[in-house]
Design a protein. Structure first.
Length: 144
């Protein structure tokens, strides 16, 4: 990969894992980036008591943060900075313990916009939340 031209088609930018290690909020939430490739990303969040709300289920903001992190990795996977301009999440069932897994997939992309779907599942593979994100694709390269 050339640093001046970005990743080749079908190749993720190798600076992305380093770039996302700088996400202090995701680290604080115990989120780990598992994989990133063009238009896709996987992340996980091992649940701890600080992820739970007063009812004893995973707080919606924690689930949103996991989904948003996977969305960010997938939308930035082409080597240029992408920022969220619209997102929504639908909670399907409560998470309670174990690990939550997020998988982001690019649905469409053009020079300025990218649309992504993120599925958040529990250890049993059951859908906990469905996240939709629209990213604005800037012209600047991912710092690396």
């Amino acid at each position: 990969m050339s640093k001046t031209h970005g990743p080749r088609p079908g190749e993720a930018d190798e600076s992305l894992p380093r770039f996302f290690k700088n996400d202090k909020f995701a680290a604080h939430a115990n989120i780990e980036l598992l994989s990133v490739s063009p238009g896709q990303a996987r992340a996980k969040m091992v649940l701890h008591p600080h992820h739970l709300n007063g009812y004893g289920t995973v707080q919606g903001g924690a689930i949103f943060t996991l989904a948003d992190f996977a969305f960010a990795a997938a939308s930035n996977s082409h080597g240029t900075v992408a920022v969220a301009i619209n997102v929504s999440i639908t909670f399907m069932k409560a998470g309670t313990n174990g690990t939550l897994w997020a998988e982001a997939r690019e649905m469409s992309r053009n020079p300025k916009l990218g649309s992504y779907t993120v599925e958040v599942k529990d250890d049993q593979g059951e859908l906990v939340a469905l996240f939709q994100g629209l990213a604005y694709r800037k012209s600047e390269k991912i710092p690396g």
